[in-house]
Design a protein around this ligand. Structure first.
Ligand code: SF4
Ligand code: SF4
Length: 243
């Protein structure tokens, strides 16, 4: 019986090891973490690693950070550095146990020219987080966590370690009747779609319209940022600090 066959057997899966991993991630500063089964629909490049460990760090936003209605968090770079550090330690730990492990870094590293950056379209962080039961894809196309809403930066680690999953995956949007991000978007880029697992995230937003808005903001404010869809979202405890 090989490792892939073993995944069929629940007795093969290790809850203690999973809990040890999650405790370690919390100690290292992760606000959210979970293990999901990502074998369904995984691109062929990753099928030998059917578990994803999703790691999120919450952004402590405040009114001041959101001046001019534009989202600006001075914490993005620091949080992404912390995520990179945590996931690299986790990869090292998994490999030292004889398991395969691949770090998919935070989104800010998406645009460099590295090999891993070319794999991003094949494995979005949203897949790991929804499979781990940590959140859903909102109408804004952003990952919405139950606890922190959209105010989280994410990283993922794929592995073949036999970790038991944390909870049931989230299979569809929990936005309900809310349309706040749709109404807040000055570009009309949010299509008001209700996400269901398997849908392409790209179809929920018109990226050209969003990009045009960012260009306009760059001319107006000197920064190609927006984030009004984030600010509009009522989900998550972080919202309390903004109202
Ligand atoms: S970042 Fe701004 S323009 Fe882009 S989708 Fe969100 S609200 Fe719309
Ligand atoms: S603002 Fe409302 S519709 Fe948009 S992502 Fe948040 S909860 Fe969903």
């Amino acid at each position: 019986m090989n490792r892939a066959d073993n995944y069929e057997s629940s007795s093969f899966l290790d809850k203690d090891k999973r809990d040890k991993v999650l405790t370690y991630l919390k100690k290292m500063g992760a606000s959210l973490s979970g293990v999901g089964d990502v074998s369904v629909g995984l691109a062929k490049e990753f099928r030998h690693m059917p578990r994803a460990i999703s790691i999120g760090i919450h952004h402590p936003l405040s009114k001041h950070d959101c001046a001019c209605g534009q989202l600006y968090s001075p914490f993005y770079a620091a949080i992404d550095r912390q995520l990179l550090k945590i996931q690299n330690l986790l990869v090292r730990w998994l490999r030292s146990g004889g398991w395969k492990a691949l770090a998919i870094p935070p989104d800010s590293n998406r645009y460099d020219n590295s090999y891993i950056s070319r794999l991003y379209p094949l494995f979005p962080h949203k897949t790991a987080a929804t499979c781990a039961g940590l959140g859903w894809v909102g109408k804004s196309g952003l990952l919405i966590s139950k606890k922190y809403g959209p105010y989280v930066s994410w990283a993922s680690v794929l592995t073949d370690a036999p970790l038991e999953t944390c909870s049931e995956p989230i299979l569809s949007s929990q936005c309900g009747d809310c349309r706040r991000c749709v109404e807040a978007c000055p570009a009309g880029a949010i299509k008001d779609m209700y996400w269901v697992r398997g849908d392409s995230y790209q179809t929920m937003i018109d990226p050209k319209k969003c990009a045009e808005q960012l260009k306009m903001n760059f001319k107006k404010f000197g920064s190609p940022t927006c984030g009004l869809c984030i600010l509009a979202c009522p989900r998550g405890e972080a919202r309390d600090s903004l109202v």
